[in-house]
Every structure is written in C-alpha cells, then in structure tokens.
Ligand binder design. Structure first.
Ligand SMILES: Cc1cc2nc3c(=O)[nH]c(=O)nc-3n(C[C@H](O)[C@H](O)[C@H](O)COP(=O)(O)OP(=O)(O)OC[C@H]3O[C@@H](n4cnc5c(N)ncnc54)[C@H](O)[C@@H]3O)c2cc1C
Ligand code: FES
Length: 354
C-alpha cells in the first residue's frame, strides 16, 4: 500500500520515504514498525543516534495529514533496520491510525531522525527510567550501552500491569546476556499502585556519578527526578524526553515556502551539518526563520520548542530563548539552544548545528 500525501513533493532534503518491512504486535495496544528506505541510496540519510526520534506524516482526511514524532526503539549499533514502537493513545488520532493501518509494504513520509535525548558520554553508569511507551528511546539507549560500551545499566520500568509491558522478551534476553551489567526493576501499578518518589527512591541505590535518562508522563518524570536527586545524582546529569503531539505540520513547510531574506539585523556565522554560512538575523526574528529565509536547510519539526529537532550549539554571542520544553540545565550549560525559539541579543553570534 502506498499512501500518497502532500509531502511527496516537498522540496526539503530532510523528507524521505520509509517502507514498512515488518509489523510486530508488542502488546494488545502497541506495535513496532520496522522500516527500510525504498531508495537504498538514501539509507545513509537515516543515520540516527540512540534516543532520537523520527517524524511521520500520517494521512488525515483528503489531501491532508498530521505530523507525529516517534522515538526509534531500535539501536543504530545493534539493529539492522530502524524501528519505532507506537502505543495507542485513547482518543488519539495518529497512534490509533498507525496501530490499525500499518501493514507490510506501506510507505510513509518521514523527516530525518532528530532530537537531543542522546547520551553525550557512555563512560558513566546509566540509570534509565521509563513509563509505558516511554520505554522506546530508553530501549535504544539501553541496547547501545550494553552492546557497545562497558558501564552498568539500571532500568526502572513502570507499567499498569504485566500485559502492558512492551519489549518484555527483549529485556529478558538482555538480562540473560548481561547478568552482571544490567538490572531491570519493574514497577507494576497492578501490584504497587501509582509510583511515588519514596517508592522509586527505595528501588535503587545508584552510583552518584550516574547519568540518568527519563521518559514517561511529566508527573512520573518529576517523581523520578526527585527520587534520583534524593539518591545523590546531580540534577545536571538527569535528562528527560517529553512525549507530546506536535501541532505544527513540518511536511507542509519547505525551504521554498520561506520569505525572501532581509539583509538587516544581527550578523550570524553558522555551521550547519558541515556547511558554513553567514547571514543576518532581522530584529525579533528567531534563528530558524532567518536560516530558512536565507535558503539554509536547517532541521526543525515542531517550531514550538518541544521536540529538540532544531537544537544548535552557541559558540559565541547570546540569544534569548522564548520557549524551552525540551532542553535540560545540563544542555543549556553546554551552550545548546533551540533555533525555533532563539532571538539573538548580542552584536553577533556564531552557532553550530551538527
Ligand atoms: C520526541 C517525541 C517522541 C515520541 N515518541 C513516541 C513513541 O516512541 N511512542 C509513542 O507511542 N508515542 C511517542 N510520542 C508521542 C506521539 O508523538 C503522539 O503524541 C502520540 O502517539 C499521540 O498522538 P495521537 O495523534 O494518537 O493523539 P492526539 O490526536 O494528538 O491526541 C492526544 C490526546 O489529546 C486528546 N485530544 C485530541 N484532540 C482533542 C481535542 N480536540 N480536545 C480535547 N482532547 C483532545 C486525545 O483524546 C488524546 O488523549 C512521542 C512524542 C515526541 C514529541
Ligand atoms: S523545531 Fe521542535 S524545538 Fe525547535
């Protein structure tokens, strides 16, 4: 089945077509979709890092679509093909559409992998905390940590009941292969009720120099954060991924849609994925808009400050970031900012998008 969608003619090199190679029923309300790219030459365009997400275009009514982000549950270091895992959201459109309609042979439009929920170092013990579908980016990180690196990993995984545990057999297999490096602690609401900070704190005694990666509902991540800080972890070492439905549709925007660039404003030096640019960012204009207006194919997905796809590193100067629902203090401290929300406030700036 081929889904024709408006993005089939999108000009951005960031759009590619993914073919569904396999559909795996993980639980009664979650599926994993394994992909290939129909155009094998573009497989390299699907390079990703553990913890990143892909944005899919889901058909919606005639000639229309919605965009939704899904973390890759596969690991680039261990799995032959990229995969996402989608859990039905009650009353939600795209997750139910995918669970009901995804079939082998179907092609979907996607934006290249993005996101900053990626370990920047692997030489520290890892504490991974996931609830429900929040396991997907965490599983990708977990697999890479075990298969490629040497540190220990503790996974705390909260679910309603045994039946709703995704990847139960994958985790059992990893436990068998890495008995001394991996610890998996299940929190089942059916047995213990809703997670509490004290309950989570009592589950694990992490090494204080651990890095932690959290993904699940905001309230759950707040509890886990407090529990880990109480256990001695630095808040800077605790990273979160927030799952939300983006409102914007990046498949309906391309570089060609942008306004002609005005040659006024703050001088910007930008290295974007290895290419160098200089341009001016007009007053009160966010950097992403200025880059697109100058024909620079800068990455973005939501344009709302909540996905991290447009993250850049500030090398010189200062910006004012309007909304930030995704970067944590550690990343901010390292100079990471969101291009879709950053307005220059110094005489000039220099940025890098890797
Ligand atoms: C970086 C990132 C990674 C993600 N990774 C994953 C992943 O790996 N797996 C996964 O399953 N999900 C993931 N998500 C979440 C995913 O993108 C979707 O948000 C999720 O699938 C729900 O989308 P939906 O279209 O089914 O629901 P939506 O249609 O967006 O609805 C969401 C909720 O809002 C309610 N709602 C919808 N419309 C209205 C309305 N008009 N009034 C009131 N309420 C309304 C619905 O009932 C539902 O409860 C990720 C999100 C992000 C940002
Ligand atoms: S494009 Fe999503 S945070 Fe900027």
């Amino acid at each position: 089945m081929t889904i024709s969608s408006p993005s089939a003619t999108a000009t951005s090199a960031r759009t590619l077509r993914l073919r569904v190679e396999n559909v795996i029923e993980e639980t009664t309300d979650a599926v994993t979709l394994v992909f290939s790219t129909p155009d094998t030459e573009r497989l390299a365009a699907f390079d990703y890092r553990p913890g990143q997400f892909v944005t899919l275009e889901i058909p919606h009514e005639k000639d229309s679509s919605v965009a939704r982000c899904y973390s890759l549950s596969s690991s680039p270091d261990c799995d032959d093909r990229p995969a996402i895992s989608v859990k039905r959201t009650p009353g939600g459109y795209a997750s139910n559409w995918l669970c009901d309609n995804a079939a082998v042979g179907m092609t979907l439009s996607a934006l290249r992998p993005a996101g900053s929920f990626v370990p920047s170092r692997w030489d520290k013990p890892l504490v991974l905390v996931a609830a429900g579908s929040g396991i997907t980016p965490v599983l990708s990180i977990l697999k890479t940590a075990l298969e490629v690196h040497q540190e220990t990993v503790v996974l705390i995984y909260a679910n309603r009941s045994t039946e709703s545990v995704m990847f139960a057999s994958t985790l059992a297999d990893l436990l068998q292969r890495y008995p001394t490096r991996l610890e998996v602690i299940h929190w089942l609401e059916s047995d213990h009720g809703l997670p509490t900070a004290t309950g989570l704190r009592n589950l694990v005694t992490p090494s204080p120099d651990s890095d932690a990666y959290l993904c699940g509902p905001a309230v759950f991540m707040d509890l886990a954060h407090n529990a880990l800080v109480a256990a001695g972890l630095s808040p800077d070492a605790i990273h979160r991924e927030i799952f939300t439905s983006i409102q914007a549709n990046p498949f309906h925007t391309s570089v060609a849609d942008s306004q002609p660039a005005a040659d006024v404003g703050t001088p910007v030096t930008a290295e974007v994925e290895g290419a160098d640019y200089t341009f001016r960012c007009p007053p009160d204009t966010v950097l992403l808009d200025a880059m697109l207006d100058h024909g620079i194919d800068a990455p973005f997905v939501c344009r709302e400050g909540n996905c991290g796809a447009c993250a850049f590193t500030l090398k010189a100067g200062e910006v004012d970031m309007r909304v930030n629902d995704t970067l944590d203090d550690y990343e901010i401290g390292k100079g990471v900012r969101l291009a879709c929300q950053s307005v220059p406030v110094s005489d000039s700036i220099a940025i890098v998008i890797e």
